[in-house]
Design a protein around this ligand. Structure first.
Ligand code: HEC
Length: 201
């Protein structure tokens, strides 16, 4: 991380270009500019929180209320009380619809429901190991091993994270409040019975 280091670098460049190369030394009698301060070291949890924020896990995994993520239900996935049976019929040329909690996504893949990423043991990822998490994101497999993870979960992009960053995200997810919320299984495109066992989740 280099927030302040970068800003300082920009300032120095600006000063140098504004006053010309001849002015790169401090004028006589004035103190030389302070040496750049090293960026503070982040713990894995802090790094994970930062990554989860900029990668917008909340945008999909936290149910929306009045158009914004409801942080009292942070990362708890599609609310179990919001029943969704089918997506709307869309006009020609349109492909995807999202429900008002921003957690049920209907598209050519059927309907997917964002997962509960809190450490709840029964309904979240409390029983997951770090390996399961890494495999889920790297291979795009539910729980790291079973059915394919559906859109719009952007695992194909997240799979490019380093092991260190994925572990940091997992470490951060262990620290958020556990919320009991049983997310439904995805609904296949034509509405037939789910092809996957419900036991896995
Ligand atoms: C654009 C929306 C979107 C974003 C952004 C998003 N997810 Fe997801 N995620 C989903 C959906 C939808 C599912 C459920 C997919 C399914 O059931 O196949 C999911 C599922 C998951 C799963 C469960 C996989 C499994 O085994 O079932 C994990 C873990 C996960 N997301 C982690 C994250 C993390 C961590 C972030 C942020 C770094 C994130 N997601 C960002 C939409 C999203």
């Amino acid at each position: 991380m280099c927030f302040f280091g970068c800003i300082r670098g920009t300032t120095v460049l600006f000063v140098a270009s504004a006053f010309g190369a001849a002015c790169t030394q401090a004028p006589a009698g004035q103190p030389a500019p302070a040496a750049p301060v090293a960026a503070p070291v982040q713990s894995p949890v802090e790094r994970g929180k930062y990554l989860a924020t900029v990668m917008d896990c909340n945008g999909c995994h936290t149910p929306f209320k009045n158009g914004e993520p409801d942080l009292t239900r942070m990362l708890s996935g599609h609310p179990e009380e919001v029943k969704v049976a089918a997506g709307p019929k869309l006009p020609a040329g349109w492909a995807i619809s999202i429900n008002e909690t921003n957690t049920a996504w209907a598209g050519p893949w059927g309907i997917s429901f964002t997962a509960n990423l809190t450490p709840d043991m029964n309904t979240g990822i409390g029983i997951w190991t770090e390996d399961m998490f890494l495999n889920a994101i790297r291979k795009g497999k539910h729980m790291g091993v079973s059915r394919g993870i559906l859109p719009p979960m952007p695992w194909q992009m997240q799979a490019n994270l380093t092991d260190e960053d994925l572990k940091a995200i997992f470490a951060y997810l262990r620290t958020v409040p556990a919320i009991s919320n049983h997310v439904p299984e995805p609904i296949p495109p034509s509405g037939e019975a789910p092809r996957v066992s419900t036991l896995a989740r």
